[in-house]
Design a protein around this ligand. Structure first.
Ligand SMILES: [Fe+2]
Ligand SMILES: [Fe+2]
Length: 276
């Protein structure tokens, strides 16, 4: 039996807006960075392993689907002040990620202007679609995806530090910090939805976890090879997803694995405290 999603109450909308104001104030105070000025661009390493540069291109491309992310997420949340403003602010922060990866690919000499122009053309010729058709599933999806993205960048950064490229290491550290902040915000929003409508939110979370894939990777030219390269370098794979994404997310939400497996009547789903 499926649990219907309970409509958002004015209290839920007000709580999310307060959360967004805290997020925004903190981002303005502590987390703004500048693509041109905050990276030691004279310390790019043109000799860096080309396989690493290729992974940077993969991540740059996934970030390039921003017009689809913003334009398709916004209609789902336009009646929710905090979530809509977050999409606008999140879009600004995400827009810097593809720019800074693209700048590194160019300045390090790993890609030419022509190659980057081809990448844009190819990326924009395809359109990303929402993996889920409602705003509750999408906030669950985005929470999982942001933590997974943070891990991708943190793990790639460790490899880059070993190989030596202070510019790329700094890029990855700034971008990873943004992704972590996104995860923290979306996680708090999912907690609000769980408090408001536990059975309906759990149903959506269950769908998201069972079907989770990183955004847009299947749309890239030679996407399978690119995903394989990320796995081969141990940047991200199923085991990392399970132990470093799935388990921490459900722990932080106070949800048990049994609850996610359960498909009984919503009334039978017990409320589980955050400490479980
Ligand atoms: Fe990003
Ligand atoms: Fe993000």
């Amino acid at each position: 039996m499926q649990s219907p999603i309970k409509p958002e109450s004015p209290e839920v909308i007000a709580k999310i807006y307060r959360l967004y104001r805290e997020y925004f104030d903190q981002a303005e105070r502590r987390r703004r960075w500048n693509v041109r000025e905050d990276i030691p661009w004279d310390q790019c390493n043109p000799e860096l392993d080309p396989a690493i540069a290729d992974v940077v291109q993969t991540f740059c491309t996934v970030e390039l689907y921003l017009p689809d992310y913003v334009s398709k997420l916004m209609p789902q949340v336009r009646g929710n002040h905090g979530r809509a403003w977050m999409i606008a602010n999140w879009g600004y922060e995400e827009s810097k990620h593809s720019m800074v990866f693209g700048d590194w690919l160019l300045r390090s000499g790993h890609r030419t202007e022509e190659q980057m122009a081809d990448l844009d053309t190819d990326t924009f010729s395809k359109e990303w679609d929402l993996p889920h058709d409602n705003g509750v599933a999408m906030i669950c999806y985005t929470t999982v995806q942001e933590l997974a993205t943070w891990l991708h960048y943190r793990n790639l950064r460790e490899i880059v530090v070993r190989h030596g490229d202070p510019a790329l290491a700094k890029v990855l550290s700034l971008v990873a910090t943004d992704e972590r902040a996104h995860y923290d915000f979306f996680m708090k929003v999912v907690r609000i939805y769980l408090e408001h409508d536990r059975p309906g939110t759990l149903e959506q979370l269950r769908r998201v976890i069972n079907e989770f894939k990183m955004p847009a990777t299947h749309m890239l030219i030679d996407g399978k090879r690119r995903v394989q390269a990320v796995q081969d370098m141990r940047i991200f794979d199923y085991d990392i997803f399970y132990t470093d994404v799935f388990e921490p997310v459900i722990r932080a939400l106070g949800v048990t694995k049994a609850e996610l497996r359960r498909r009984k009547s919503p009334r039978e789903i017990m409320v589980v405290g955050a400490s479980s």
